[in-house]
Design a binder for this molecule. Structure first.
Ligand code: BG6
Length: 478
């Protein structure tokens, strides 16, 4: 279904995110027929360039970052006709009048701030002083949204001077992933799981987001962030919220976000011995983290494992184990809900220990498995084994699974539609920082040094110990 006609201005229009994600995503939506005839996209950045040069830049980006997406040359040309460019000085006055002149009345106006947060205030202010922003305009801002509670508050306050909360779309691209949204469908669309979804039946929950890539060329940014700020404060906490929140009364923006916020606020502070930081060493022909970061003494972590507790009626006593890291053994993101043992085994101790596990694979090879205990076939008596009920979306859904949209495509279309359900609200972001700040501060004060780990492993041994101490273990990374 096509969205309403729109003018979308992308500040930072020549940047990495615009070229890798935003424009290729918009092109795929165009190919899917979702972009109306009257849609216009305007790149805005510092460099001097005309429309034709920008179109060429975008055409090249679509070819380079299209991920094998095939299309006719004529389709690309039709898309490019909707694209223009204006050179704008974000901190001065140049270019703003021209940009204002390109805006049309009666269309949705969205401004994507694909720039560093230090420019958010300048952009927000100029959108008003040059008459670009209307009462209905939307702004889209990227992570990182601040680097601690104080800076996030300051950013929220700056944006609030110029825009209402319902005009501000804070992106966490994990919320745009098909499988992440599916978490809500699984929990709240089935009668099967919800009655068991609590401390009485769930032993613990594991959330893993493992990557095989290192920090590569992003060392400069990453070294100031680390896994805690880069992944845990946003993506992993969002996953935790979706898995732990109470059922919202409706799938509406504030209903969903209110419930997520309650989870974050109910998180207990973490004890230092319930958190493990790691940093990858050199291995194979790949440099170490410190080489990547060009900082031989860096104590920034590229791996985190932690045990969190949610102090509320539903989850009291159930640990949530979170881990994420770079240069690990496999690229895999999954959430595993490990249920408790049956209260009594009628088969005696020889039957061993068996547990139901619901594992939701977010990426790659998206799908779900539910480990069920059954009788091991054969004449050997009542021996039990666990076998998975296994569903990969590709098998179950065939062609429909192929149509899975990239997170950015979906989120940008939601901005145009005016749907904030999959965007973070200001108070959510602040609450998340309020939880992570003391941990980060604690490392700084103690001069904490991350544990080295070999690339291609599951992280430092201490991460295994975090689980072993509790009589549990991480699921294998594969
Ligand atoms: C980004 C982080 O937000 O998410 C990166 O800054 C990380 O460090 C990336 O690699 C992971 O996203 P995805 O979609 O590849 O799982």
């Amino acid at each position: 279904i096509p969205v309403d006609p729109f003018d979308l201005v992308i500040f930072g229009g020549t940047g990495d995110l615009a070229r890798r994600k935003i424009l290729p995503g918009l092109f795929r939506r165009f190919c899917a027929g979702q972009m109306p005839e009257e849609a216009r996209i305007i790149g805005a950045a510092r460099s001097d360039m005309d429309d034709a040069a920008y179109r060429k830049l975008i055409a090249d980006a679509i070819k380079e970052f299209g991920n094998g997406f095939t299309f006719e040359a004529a389709t690309l040309n039709a898309f490019l006709e909707r694209i223009g460019y204006v050179a704008v000085d974000a901190t001065g006055t140049d270019g703003w009048a021209e940009l204002a002149g390109r805006m049309r009345d009666g269309t949705v106006r969205a401004f994507y701030f694909s720039v560093g947060p230090s420019l958010f205030g300048d952009l927000a202010e100029r959108l008003h002083t040059h008459g670009l922003a209307t009462d209905q305009s939307r702004i889209v801002v990227e992570k990182p949204f601040g680097r601690d509670l104080q800076s996030a508050r300051a950013l929220n306050a700056t944006l609030a001077e110029h825009f209402r909360e319902d005009q501000i779309y804070r992106i966490d691209h994990y919320l745009g992933k098909e499988t992440v949204q599916n978490l809500m469908a699984v929990r709240f669309g089935n009668v099967l799981f919800e009655p068991l979804w609590n401390a009485q039946y769930v032993d613990h929950i594991q959330i893993t987001v493992a990557e095989t890539v290192g920090v590569g060329g992003r060392g400069g940014y990453y070294d100031k962030s680390g896994a805690m700020r880069d992944m845990v404060q946003n993506h992993l906490m969002q996953l935790l919220c979706l898995i732990a929140m109470e059922p919202p009364s409706k799938f509406e923006p504030d209903e969903v976000r209110d419930e997520k916020l309650k989870v974050i606020r109910a998180l207990e502070p973490i004890e230092p011995h319930h958190i493990v930081r790691g940093q990858y060493s050199a291995g194979g022909d790949q440099p170490s983290y410190r080489d990547h970061a060009e900082n031989p003494r860096s104590n920034t972590e590229s791996f985190i494992a932690l045990r969190a507790h949610i102090s509320n009626w539903r989850w009291a006593g159930t640990p949530f184990y979170l881990r994420t890291g770079k240069r690990l053994k496999a690229r895999t993101s999954e959430i595993a809900v490990v249920f408790k043992d049956a209260p009594h085994s009628i088969f005696g101790v020889d039957a061993g220990r068996h547990r139901n596990v619901l594992a939701i694979r977010l990426q790659p090879n998206e799908g779900m498995t539910l480990d069920v205990t059954i009788k091991e076939p054969g004449p050997g008596g009542m021996r039990l084994i666990d076998v998975p009920l296994d569903m990969t979306f590709a098998d179950a859904l065939g062609d429909e699974a192929e149509e899975v949209t990239d997170a950015y495509e979906r989120l940008i279309m939601d901005v145009i539609r005016g749907n904030q359900t999959l965007f973070m609200r200001g108070d959510e972001v602040e609450a998340a920082w309020a939880w992570t700040d003391p941990l980060i501060e604690g490392w700084k004060q103690r001069g904490d040094v991350p544990k080295p780990y070999d690339p291609g492993t599951a992280g430092p041994d201490d991460s295994m110990m975090l689980m072993h101490r509790d009589g549990r273990r991480w699921r294998e990374l594969k």
